[in-house]
Ligand binder design. Structure first.
Ligand code: 6GU
Length: 388
């Protein structure tokens, strides 16, 4: 694999030579080229940035040096140009695995407020171009991101690290859990002992303990990894944004017409809510939505009750024309998995006359609780959470 870096701070990328990629270079697995973007400037001051058209704060990286660099580096179809930018797609293990299949990656490290958009558009005409972000925070430049991406990609190359990596990769692979805690000698340190099970020699018990620990950690730190984040057909389940309030209100009305029919005489607050009401509760609940062809067709919300242990689920809504396709079940599973670690039980209401809803909830493990208070015309259902 050949890696090129375009940067105005070549020294920033010096660690490439020290760490693991350095070894891969020695073994001939990797070819690394760090380029000073300023070597493709033509003015006395070696200018790489200028003020933004349309005004605003900060500076924008000029297109000409990048254009000249792409020419000089003989970028061609089959190469992949990676623009590191906080507004890119989110980098993860899947992206790393994908990039590891390329024969050449060219990193264009952004600085300031970003790179002139025409550079990215131009790059797309010459090669594959991807804009990639490390995560939801802002660095001063893309160099650290290019280093991180490089390390994640290079360790996946066949022959690198004897490829033991592939065995460990189960964590962070699709559907994976975070790693379980690990221990080494001595058996007691600082009055802290290694868990007995790990010294028991019982491999079955060790595997079960590790899996339980991994699940617990994942539920606590990264509930999003446990939540099925997409429907079976790949349609994503996404967190609702404030702009969804209008469509949510529309969906709510469509769904609660059915509820009004199933529960004659019962008050239906959701049906009467205004746009401001929906906006207000959106701010207080974790809300998830599903879109089909750009239209919001499903939603669910959850929040922790003041007791700190009950995860309150509500507004499981599926547009009447797409009901019966398993969407409600997927949303219900998602919102349960999204509950914080502190949640030990789930609770929800539905109409006393809503037979279909009650059937779906019971099938999902919820039980009717006539001993608990419910709003007029409604019943309460509860399910205990199982963490393992
Ligand atoms: Cl790729 N660049 C910058 N400047 N900031 C970031 C980032 C990239 N990823 C997260 N924050």
């Amino acid at each position: 694999m050949r890696l090129d870096y375009l940067t105005i701070f070549p020294d920033y990328l010096a660690p490439l030579r020290l760490s693991l990629p350095g070894k891969a270079v020695e073994s001939g697995l990797l070819e690394l080229h760090v380029h000073d973007l300023r070597s493709w400037t033509t003015d006395k001051h070696r200018t790489v940035d200028d003020t933004p058209y349309g005004g605003g704060a900060g500076m924008v990286m000029k297109p000409e040096p990048f254009g000249a660099a792409f020419d000089a580096l003989e970028i061609e179809p089959g190469d992949t140009i990676v623009f590191t930018t906080p507004s890119g797609e989110r980098f993860d293990q899947r992206v790393a695995e994908d990039l590891a299949t390329r024969s050449r990656l060219v990193f264009a490290c952004g600085r300031y407020e970003g790179i002139d958009q025409r550079v990215i558009d131009h790059a797309r005409t010459r090669a594959e171009a991807r804009e990639i972000s490390l995560g939801d925070y802002v660095l001063n430049g893309g160099e650290v991101a290019a280093l991180a991406i490089t390390e994640a990609v290079v360790r996946l190359l066949p022959g690198f690290m004897g490829n033991a990596a592939s065995l460990v990769e189960e964590s962070h692979a699709a559907g994976g859990l975070l790693e379980y805690p690990v221990f080494t000698k001595p058996p007691t340190w600082d009055d802290r002992s290694v868990p007995d099970v790990l010294r028991s020699g019982d491999h079955g018990a060790i595997a079960r303990w590790r899996h339980e620990q991994a699940r617990r950690r994942t539920a606590e730190r990264r509930p999003d990894l446990l939540a099925p984040s997409a429907l079976a057909d790949g349609t994503p389940i996404e967190r609702a944004v404030p702009g969804d309030a209008g469509e949510l209100m529309t969906l709510q009305r469509a769904c609660w017409v059915q509820e009004a029919v199933a529960n004659p005489g019962a008050p239906i607050p959701a049906f009467a809510e205004s746009l401001d009401d929906v906006r207000a509760w959106l701010g207080e609940w974790d809300t998830y939505v599903v879109r089909r062809a750009g239209r919001l067709v499903g939603a669910v919300r959850g929040r922790l009750e003041p007791d700190g242990t009950t995860w309150d689920i509500g507004r499981v809504m599926v547009a009447p024309d797409v009901q019966g396709q398993g969407l409600g079940r997927a949303l219900l599973e998602h919102v349960q998995a999204a509950a914080p670690a502190a949640a030990t039980s789930y609770t929800l209401f539905t109409g006393a006359g809503s037979d279909r809803n009650q059937r779906i909830y019971k099938k999902a493990g919820f039980r009717l609780r006539t001993d608990l208070p419910a709003p007029p015309g409604a019943v309460v259902l509860v399910k205990q959470r199982s963490h393992a």
